[in-house]
Design a protein around this ligand. Structure first.
Ligand code: ZN
Length: 363
């Protein structure tokens, strides 16, 4: 299943020298050095999770990315601002370089990023657009955008100033913003005014009236629709406090699905309720998003949102062979959202195999 190319059929996939060589109804196995049988499974482009937190041991939020990303079917993980300009060289050296997972990052507009739980923007001196610009130029291949958290206990009264600084850096570098929403100091609608086409609001499917797409009246608010119309994207970013089954159902009723599915795995969410990207995808499936849409929102669309759709998010021959194999298993599976609401799903996706550049990291 390759939504980027409109493919949903039974086929063989050939890999050579780290690249996708062919996707054909039948490829003679005698021609291959190795054959991996995956009959009955779902073969998709490598999953792209655009909201994770690495930098374990430096950040209180960080987890071991390979364990929870490529170990669980995600071939590209985008760190969502765990690192700022003051620590990005270390993040690149100690997290990105040794990882089996393809790791990219949103740079935090706060110089210190998430190295302390005390709040990275409470002191407005941490908002430093020159430092962020330098980091973006120095690490142009690793940094895909700028992250800002707009929540009063992380940003004090400085959220609007931080978003404006991030926007200036985004405009200078041609990279999108990822804005974390939830109980901001500045009214959410005012913050939305700052966002342009391609900017991403994460944690968008949180509880009604908490600063996500669903307003206090339980409906998609008009300001959200206006922002979506001009091209602002609304990402899941499940996390420990930011994903509500009711909000997703309300949004789907109004034909307002997430632009992308992401997990927000961090130290306080990875052992539940999030667990991983594939469990998050299974929740969307349970809530009524069709399988093809779930896969598209976990491959092609997040790849496009980080401006990497020429490299990842599709099984087009010639691209890096980032491939995920999943199994759709039927049964009764308990699913929990960030509000600790529990539902029973009739099926779930299970990761079987993940290849990055044609190399297996999980079998
Ligand atoms: Zn996060």
């Amino acid at each position: 299943m390759d939504p980027a190319r409109g493919l949903d059929r039974i086929a063989d996939v050939a890999v050579g020298t780290g690249k996708i060589a062919a996707v054909e109804p039948s490829i003679a196995p005698e021609r291959a050095a190795r054959v991996i049988p995956v009959k009955g499974c779902l073969v998709t482009p490598g999953l792209v999770d655009i909201h994770v937190h690495g930098f374990r041991g430096v950040s209180h939020a960080g987890v071991e990315l390979d364990t929870y990303c490529i170990g669980r079917g995600v071939t590209t993980a985008v760190d969502a601002g765990t690192s700022g300009a003051d620590s990005f060289a270390g993040f690149r050296r100690h997290v990105i370089a040794p990882a089996s997972t393809r790791v990219l990052a949103f740079l935090n507009i706060s110089r210190i990023g998430l190295i302390s739980p005390l709040g990275e923007l409470v002191d407005r001196r941490m908002i430093d657009r020159e430092a962020a610009l330098r980091a973006c130029r120095e690490h142009a291949n690793e940094i895909v955008g700028i992250k800002v958290r707009c929540t009063h206990f992380y940003s004090g009264p400085n959220d609007l100033e931080a978003v404006q600084a991030a926007r200036a850096v985004g405009e200078a570098t041609g990279k999108p913003l990822m804005v974390h929403t939830g109980w901001p100091h500045t009214p959410f609608e005012r913050l939305l005014d700052e966002l342009r086409a391609g900017d991403i609001v994460t944690h968008a499917f949180r509880g009604a009236g908490e600063g996500g797409v669903i307003g206090p009246d339980g409906r998609v608010s008009p300001a959200i629709r206006r922002a979506a119309k001009r091209g602002v994207l609304f990402d899941v970013g499940h996390g420990s406090g930011s994903f509500s089954f009711q909000a997703v159902e309300a949004a789907l009723r109004e034909d307002f699905p997430p632009s992308s599915i992401s997990s927000d795995i961090h130290a306080a969410s990875v052992l539940g309720p999030v667990f991983d990207m594939v469990t998050t995808m299974s929740k969307l499936l349970m809530l009524g998003l069709p399988l093809g849409s779930v896969i598209e929102r976990s491959t092609a669309l997040p790849a496009r949102s980080i401006q990497r759709s020429h490299l990842i998010g599709s099984l087009e021959p010639g691209r890096p062979a980032d491939i995920t194999v999943l199994q759709l298993v039927n049964g009764e599976f308990e699913m929990t959202d960030s509000k600790r609401q529990v539902r029973t799903a009739a099926s779930k996706l299970v990761p079987i195999l993940a290849l990055r550049d044609g190399r297996a990291a999980l079998e």
